[in-house]
Design a binder for this molecule. Sequence first.
Ligand SMILES: C/C(=C\CNc1ncnc2c1ncn2[C@@H]1O[C@H](COP(=O)(O)O)[C@@H](O)[C@H]1O)CO
Length: 235
Amino acid sequence: MRGPVLLRGPKIPARTSDGSLLMEQESVDWLHEDPWRVLRIQAEFIEGFGALAEVGPAISVFGSARVPRESPEWEAAVHIGGEIARAGCAVITGGGPGIMEAANKGAWDAGGTSVGLGIELPREQGMNPWVNIGINFRYFFARKMMFVKYSRGFIVAPGGFGTMDELFEALTLVQTNKIAGFPIILLGREYWGGLLDWLRGTMTSKAMISPGDTSLMSVVDDPDEAVALALGEAR
Ligand SMILES: C/C(=C\CNc1ncnc2c1ncn2[C@@H]1O[C@H](COP(=O)(O)O)[C@@H](O)[C@H]1O)CO
């Protein structure tokens, strides 16, 4: 046996795990092997659970990392972050620039809890300055779970692939009843219209989703309505 794994015949290693542990280290390559990565992954969950356990009710705000400061989308996200904080909820974002920093700024300026769940990226941006609880993740999947576990709902502003990933993960979790009573609010009818038409048309008519599935999200133009809907249906 190697731990819980049964090895027989030629698969039996020359050295036992104990033996390897006690040997003088020749190489640190083993640190980069998948079984050891599990410990890092575990550590991300432990750090995340520890840091967020007492964050209280929260709403996650997603959207493009690329919208410029002071653009209408950025200002709307500042307003949304402020309103969520004034309602006594924490704001959770990806901790980056664009919509993320805007929502964090709104929460920060309102004296609220402003959480950033950052991600290690090749071109490091660093956590935006309006985060007052920040956690940096190596792995997208660990980080994505935190958004869902610690939020009562999602507000999704216009964005690119990252935003789509976050939106469709939440939709899948609601569709498959992994989470219930979880409002998903899309901000910006014009931006989201084309996607919704395709979901209602092509995807529904080809029976890839059920007719009711597109009702798992709401689409609004008014930031205050987005906040009210996100806060209104607590899990
Ligand atoms: C690409 C740029 C900065 C990248 N920095 C990010 N920091 C934290 N989180 C990010 C970052 N980029 C994407 N995300 C996540 O995806 C969503 C936005 O992605 P999109 O493709 O821009 O829609 C966002 O909600 C984050 O969770 C600067 O140019």
